[in-house]
Design a binder for this molecule. Structure first.
Ligand SMILES: Cc1ncc(C[n+]2csc(CCOP(=O)(O)OP(=O)(O)O)c2C)c(N)n1
Length: 351
């Protein structure tokens, strides 16, 4: 029986700066000073990340999820936000959170098991870190819908991994966001693995971006190691959201260079050659080449930048470690409006 084509679709890929640091200025004009700002933040994130991993090894914080390799995806996306927008992170978003003004000592508190790490000052619209996979995605739909109903020029940017895009919450959230034209941007960092599960064993879809199509949403894949390309894609999606044109799904194609968390050993399931290949695509390295071409980078600048970053991180560590411990009752105080009786009894015991 002959069949006719009902619809056909395409999935687009966007890159502004290639691996060699060359920029396609036809796509977008680049402000070199902005590129430098991105580089400085990405360097700060890398220094913080290395310190956090080391501190976990020394027993000074609990389990930590490294951002190594994903700095461009996180900094580029977070810098696209306006103050009034909302950022909804997972456990892997230290980079986005630092770029969006979450104080680093609070990140250490969070990973040190201190609830005060999630209590940001008024005016920082960053949600608490979500550990249950995908649970934060419907929240972004809700916020984005509320922004639309209130007529606010603000949107929700929600982060999640490739693994999360296989869960129901993702599909429900993006479907209803599309129907309600919620001011939401769904930002998937496809770092190729969900713990030890490679992307191709988790979904047969050739891209995560194309999952948008079934919900009538625009889906776009960007080079996740290209900070300027990510920034452009997220800025465009936010503009679209502010003007009532609905949500966008952006897949930042990247790679997790470290372990899943400090409790993992990726050498057990990942070919070191693959890691080597991706190390050559280091998001900081390509930006360095670009900045050098623009006479904005040299060895002395790098040295002083690393020193400045180390000092900021060290100050955050001192603040974290010199803050008196949180009261033990904190572990009971944030989950229930009214504590069940058995927990109320336990709470009395620790007082
Ligand atoms: C609801 C739920 N199921 C299982 C887990 C255990 N878990 C923690 S991380 C993870 C993989 C997530 O992979 P992905 O979404 O790709 O994000 P990534 O860690 O790679 O950034 C799983 C299954 C969890 N945290 N929450």
């Amino acid at each position: 029986m002959p069949r006719k084509t009902l619809a056909s679709f395409k999935v687009e890929y966007q890159q502004l700066m290639n691996e060699k640091g060359d920029v396609d200025e036809k796509v977008a004009a680049i402000d070199p000073e902005f590129a430098k700002r991105c580089y400085e933040l990405m360097t700060l994130v890398r220094v913080f990340d290395a310190k956090a991993v080391a501190m976990q090894r020394q027993g000074r914080i609990g389990t930590y999820a490294s951002v190594l390799g994903q700095e461009a995806a996180q900094v580029g996306s977070a810098l696209a936000l306006q103050e009034s927008d909302y950022l909804l992170p997972t456990y892997r978003e230290a980079g986005a959170l630092i770029a969006r003004d979450s104080p680093m000592h609070q990140l250490l508190q969070y990973f040190g098991g201190d609830e005060r790490g999630s209590a940001y000052e008024e005016g920082i619209n960053n949600f608490p870190i979500a550990i249950p996979i995908s649970s934060q995605i419907p929240h972004a739909t809700g916020i984005g819908w509320a922004m639309r109903l209130k007529g606010h020029k603000a949107a929700a940017l929600v982060y999640f991994g490739d693994g999360a895009s296989s869960r129901g919450d993702f599909h429900e959230a993006i479907n209803i966001a599309a129907v309600m034209k919620a001011n939401a941007v769904f930002f998937c960092q496809n770092n190729q693995y969900a713990i030890s599960l490679p992307r191709e064993r988790q979904t047969l879809a050739e891209s995560i971006a194309q999952k948008a199509i079934s919900y009538g949403v625009e889906g776009l894949q960007v080079d996740g190691n290209d900070v300027l390309g990510v920034h452009k894609a997220v800025s465009d999606a936010l503009q679209k959201a502010y003007t009532g044109k609905g949500p966008t799904l952006i897949e930042a194609y990247t790679f997790r260079l470290g372990d899943h968390t400090t409790s993992d050993d990726a050498k057990k399931y990942r070919d070191p050659k693959l890691v080597e290949q991706w190390q050559k695509r280091d998001p900081l390295a390509r930006l360095r080449v670009y900045l050098r071409q623009k006479m904005l980078w040299d060895e002395d600048y790098e040295k002083s930048l690393l020193e400045r970053c180390a000092k900021k991180v060290e100050d955050a560590v001192v603040r974290y470690e010199s803050t008196p411990a949180a009261p033990l009752t904190d572990m009971f105080d944030y989950h229930y409006a009214q504590l069940p009786q058995n927990l109320a009894e336990q709470r009395r015991e620790v007082m």
